[in-house]
Ligand binder design. Structure first.
Ligand code: 8IG
Length: 273
């Protein structure tokens, strides 16, 4: 079936509502409180959060496409947290570089909002511009620079992005781990990694982290009125900051090594919400 989001005249919010209705029906959970997108290196967090009520292949839900990247899982999981709240764990991220359009990129976030989620946690694996982040550091995203030259918003919708990455939620994260650094996330289009010159550009612009996701999703989440927490796992130093070439296998390996630690951290942070 062709993804209905590709139809020029489709209403992406209606399709997100339909997706949310399907999730409610399959999981039996009428409303979720928070949602998490788990990027590279963060997948284990899903198992630590609480009791899995339902694990739904994303391909069963309208508007979701199959993941195209090894290391990205493709399910939507409804988890009951120890405090009784319900979390929707999104293991199915569509990246901008897949060329399915921005509507597909942010469909999961819009769907999460339609399930009732008021808090959106966006995680990713990313490159670090700060040398001290070598070795699997988890970093809170304080702001972003969107270098995709695109927006998930359609029409004259002038959404405010001041405090896009909630100070309140970052403060709660710091209550769990006061040593957590913060940084500005720069979304590049990908899928190629940056040249060293582009990394220097990002640094001069005020960036600390380079990645290929999250910024467009955060904008869509804010449009939906959600409060956003962003976290990057620095799996590699950005090109030119580290002396050796980047490769995807090493990135996955670094993610795996950090996975248990950062997943536990995320689970602890969520308990505060
Ligand atoms: I993991 O160095 C991961 N994702 N753009 N640059 C960009 N994305 C990334 C990187 C990186 N590492």
């Amino acid at each position: 079936m062709v993804n209905p989001l590709y139809e020029q005249n489709a209403n992406p919010f209606e399709i997100a509502q339909e997706a949310a209705d399907q999730i409610a029906k399959i999981s039996g959970i009428q409303s979720h409180d928070i949602a998490l997108t788990l990027g590279s290196g963060w997948a284990k967090a899903a198992d630590l959060l609480g009791e899995t009520v339902s694990d739904i292949p994303a391909s069963q839900i309208i508007g979701f496409s199959k993941p195209s990247v090894v290391g990205h899982v493709g399910t939507l999981r409804s988890v009951k947290l120890p405090n009784g709240k319900h979390a929707l764990v999104i293991g199915a991220r569509t990246h901008y570089y897949e060329n399915h359009g921005v509507r597909s990129v942010v469909h999961s976030v819009r769907t999460a909002a339609k399930t009732g989620a008021k808090i959106m946690i966006l995680t990713n694996g990313a490159g670090g511009i700060k040398r001290q982040w070598d070795g699997g550091a988890a970093v809170l995203i304080s702001d972003h620079i969107n270098l995709t030259a695109n927006s998930p918003l359609e029409g004259a919708n002038f959404v405010d992005l001041t405090d896009l990455y909630s100070k309140r939620l970052r403060d709660l994260a710091h209550e769990v781990d006061s040593s957590l650094d913060e940084g500005v996330y720069v979304q590049f289009r990908g899928p190629h990694y940056e040249t060293p010159a582009e990394v220097q550009m990002a640094k001069i612009l005020g960036g600390d982290i380079v990645g290929m996701s999250t910024a467009l999703e955060a904008i869509a989440a804010r449009e939906m009125g959600m409060e956003i927490l962003g976290m990057s796992l620095i799996t590699n130093l950005a090109a030119g900051i580290q002396s050796t070439p980047l490769n995807h296998a090493e990135v996955l390996e670094a993610g795996k090594n950090a996975e248990a630690r950062i997943s536990k951290l995320l689970a602890e942070i969520i308990k505060k919400f």
